[in-house]
Design a protein around this ligand. Structure first.
Ligand code: AMP
Length: 284
């Protein structure tokens, strides 16, 4: 049986998703016209669809797994599960009002008209807080709606916040944190055979590896306790004797975010010839 993975065919999530699958070792050739392409080294087809449609394809069992944004999963109203967060496509769904507005909290939006391309999520957020609002569903250019006086406020995706600023809008509250996610139908992982588990492990191993670096260095043997203290490693660092007496090589894995601290400390502890390498895949 051939399984299917639905991925974005264009837009912001397209290239990072292609990079993820390539780093995981999936071999396929994307053409501009093909909707689905076979993966050469796995019992899998990659299905290229609009980012907004990924959830629908998975929910309708056209695909077994999909990659899309949490915001679109929330918006789709489908009962899919997040199998793995993917660490890219990060943004927030934010409520904002014109700078001059008196509104300072979501409660102040009672009775407001809110322009958004995420009406389902917006309705749910305000209904949960028992705040009556009316959505003005738009598919794009949401940020200009207050200027055109078709809305009093907006709910839109924001990453840096500069689009809000440019359009004279002030953020009030975040209503959802979003990033790219791997989704499947409930129970997909339990029900199916090894292929799905292989794809999930492949994707998770790439995501885990991106936050880590492989680090190698030489040092005097006497420095091992100090080095071990600085980089505890996964379980323990690998220590290898070198040809020159009293010298060792240390190999370990460190958090990429910690490198700024770890490198000077290692140098201070006596390490030299320190190399930092990227890791393609990591299974803890
Ligand atoms: P697209 O409209 O195809 O470019 O994809 C939009 C998706 O990319 C959204 O649904 C989000 O999941 C994600 N995304 C990440 N950052 C942003 C952003 N700053 N603005 C809009 N979408 C973003």
């Amino acid at each position: 049986m051939t399984y299917r993975l639905a991925v974005p065919n264009k837009g912001r999530l397209q290239q990072p998703t292609a990079n993820l699958l390539k780093q995981g070792g999936l071999a396929y050739e994307k053409t501009d016209r093909a909707l689905a392409v076979p993966v050469r080294n796995m019992d899998l087809e990659v299905l290229f669809v609009r980012t907004d449609d990924v959830c629908e394809f998975v929910a309708d069992e056209v695909a077994d797994l999909g990659i899309t944004g949490t915001d679109l999963l929330s918006e789709s109203g489908t009962e899919l599960e997040v199998i793995a967060p993917l660490g890219y496509g990060r943004c927030r769904l934010t409520a904002a009002v014109p700078k001059a507005s008196n509104v300072s909290s979501v409660e102040d939006l009672s009775g407001a008209r809110i322009a958004t391309s995420h009406p389902v999520t917006t309705q749910r957020f305000f209904a949960d807080k028992s705040i009556p609002i009316a959505t003005v569903p738009l598919s794009g250019s949401v940020e200009v709606a207050p200027k055109l006086d078709i809305a009093d406020a907006i709910v839109d995706l924001v990453s840096s916040g500069s689009t809000l600023l440019i359009n004279g809008l002030r953020p009030i509250a975040d209503i959802l944190e979003s990033e790219a996610v791997l989704v499947g139908r409930p129970g997909t992982l339990d029900r199916t055979n090894g292929t799905i588990a292989q794809i999930v492990l492949m994707i998770q191993s790439v995501v885990a590896a991106r936050r880590k670096r492989y680090i190698l260095m030489n040092a005097p043997k006497s420095a091992v306790p100090a080095i071990e203290e600085i980089i505890p490693g996964f379980e323990s660092p690998t220590v290898i004797p070198l040809a020159h007496d009293g010298m060792i090589a240390v190999h370990s894995v460190v958090d990429a975010d910690d490198l700024w601290r770890v490198l000077p400390e290692l140098k201070q502890a006596g390490a030299s010839g320190i190399l930092v390498l990227p890791i393609d895949q990591l299974i803890a």
